[in-house]
Ligand binder design. Sequence first.
Ligand code: NAP
Length: 334
Amino acid sequence: MRNLRYTLKTRPEGALGPEHFDRVDEELTALENGKARVRVVYVSLDPAMRGWVSADTKSYVPPVPIGDTMRALGVGIVEESKSDAFKPGDWVSGFTGWTEWLDIAPGAMNVVPKTAAMEDYMGILGLAGATAYHGLVKEGQPKAGETLCVTGAAGSVGSLVGQIGKALGLRVIGIAGTDEKCAWLINELGFDAALNYKTDDLDKGLAEFAPDGLDLHFENVGGKPFAAALRHMKAFGRMIFCGFISVYNGDRPDEYPDMTAIVRRRLTFKGFVMTDHFDEYPSIFAELGKLMQAGKLTYRLDVVEGLENAASAFGKLFAGTNKGKLVVKVSNPS
Ligand SMILES: NC(=O)c1ccc[n+]([C@@H]2O[C@H](COP(=O)([O-])OP(=O)(O)OC[C@H]3O[C@@H](n4cnc5c(N)ncnc54)[C@H](OP(=O)(O)O)[C@@H]3O)[C@@H](O)[C@H]2O)c1
């Protein structure tokens, strides 16, 4: 049986693209005792992967070694098993990498229930859902009636942050990069306001929609939207730092904020990374499941067909052309 996978060839200076990967077309050997063979169905494309291919050894995970299969989260189906931990037909979620097939030992991936759609494990019941819930609820400690601003608001994490905020009784302002995304936030997701950071005057908009200032801010992008939010924080406000996609390709933020506001308004800054909180996943997914059943979470997936298109599609995250959670469909779910 043949397998296709992509390995890291070189580390990018700027944007990550197909030129940084080698295509490996190989014959699979027989499955070893104690392992299970997984057919990968979806792999997730996440902004963090840009960091995983950098040479930074001080980050929260080690860099992907040159020559290794590209690291990626994914879901798949066990097709063959020589392990008591897995049986054929099981759905498994975890780190698959950019490969069509992989052999896993017990503990390498989690068996997930078939009560949700398989795609949900890439979004709401995956890293994005866990990140949105943990970041907003555990780190942000929101209280009903407070005003929340979220950047990257129409993205995978940001769109859930805003909707969880609404479900908790917050006033929610989203900042995103197109008018279509802003209209989606207001008309479909129930955000109270949305600003286009490319065309709107953010200071004017934030002053209009949050005249008393922001109690809570959830940062996904950095740069100009972050600087504007910082200028509009209330005294004792909390800023939660989830990501800074605007600088992942090595670019500097287009506006360096005046940090003196941190002292003048006695702000709390809090960064977090979900790899520190894997133990919370079951309880978070139970809460998200309840919100899904109550019809309070809308989510969209942007599906790219074929593993061979993963590397070129990755750039959509940085161009803002992904509409929702960006995933690659590697094989059919059935
Ligand atoms: N801390 C954690 O554990 C954790 C876990 C998951 C994700 N994250 C972080 O969360 C953030 C969002 O990730 P995601 O998976 O949900 O991606 P996403 O929001 O679905 O996609 C990325 C979006 O970022 C926006 N963007 C790209 N370049 C930008 C720039 N220069 N300035 C402003 N906005 C820009 C684009 O939307 P626009 O059209 O609006 O520009 C793009 O669609 C990332 O920073 C990621 O690293 C952190």
